[in-house]
Design a protein around this ligand. Structure first.
Ligand SMILES: [Zn+2]
Length: 227
């Protein structure tokens, strides 16, 4: 049993699994996604959803989602690149969908008794399946994934706690500068990469691989306004 295993009631009066909220991972690769066909004995058994479950105490949504991807789908977290978060906030309870891309070819499988199968499903076929309620409500918002974000952070006194928070939970989509695209996600994940000055940042931007968004924050104090 994890420390978060248990039922709770949200501010909207629903009963939910996960004392500290819950999280799952939606892995998207061009026109297909990894879905879990839930075992008959589970909550909403027989439906299709994403690998996920209760968050443990002190566990971030990303940590919980990647742990569940390993436990339920046999996937290695090193092979998964989280891009952003979609948060269904029910007040004192939330479900966070970690939207992610594969770093290399993934071969999911049903790794424990909670799944009939875990498999790649074409995006075009998802709406034909009986979906788990939580996933069904989030899915329409999750079909267009923004490009992953790189965050180049300038020198100076950075607040260690803020840096750790940004590394764990990313930046708020609503606070990102114009020109950056978060799709329908609430937060974009990005590990701060330290740069020496604006010339160094410009050099990194010039040689960056395509398919990624880049945000340069030269003054670390500005990070607070984006988190
Ligand atoms: Zn609720």
């Amino acid at each position: 049993m994890g420390s978060g295993d248990g039922w709770t009631v949200c501010a909207l009066g629903h009963r939910h699994w996960g004392l500290f909220g819950a999280a799952g991972v939606l892995i998207i690769e061009s026109d297909r996604v990894i879905l879990q066909h839930r075992a008959p004995w589970t909550h909403e058994g027989g439906s299709w959803g994403i690998p996920g479950g209760a968050r443990d105490a002190g566990e971030t949504a990303v940590q919980a989602a990647l742990r569940e991807a390993h436990e339920e789908a046999g996937l290695d977290e090193a092979d998964i690149e989280p891009v952003g978060l979609y948060i269904a906030d029910h007040g004192c309870w939330s479900y966070t969908t970690v939207v992610a891309r594969p770093r290399r070819p993934l071969y999911p499988s049903a790794a424990n008794a909670e799944s009939v199968s875990v498999e790649w499903v074409p995006v075009a076929e998802v709406d034909d399946l009986v979906l788990h309620g939580g996933f069904a409500s989030a899915w329409p918002k999750l079909q267009r994934v923004p490009a992953p974000l790189r965050l180049l952070l300038g020198p100076g006194a950075a607040d260690e706690k803020l840096l750790a928070d940004v590394a764990a939970n990313g930046l708020a989509a609503s606070r990102l500068p114009d020109g950056l695209d978060a799709g329908s996600l609430h937060r974009l994940l990005a590990l701060p990469e330290l740069v020496e000055d604006s010339d160094h940042a410009a050099a990194l931007v010039a040689e960056a691989e395509p398919g990624r968004q880049i945000l340069v924050v030269l003054d670390p104090a500005m990070l607070l306004s984006l988190s």
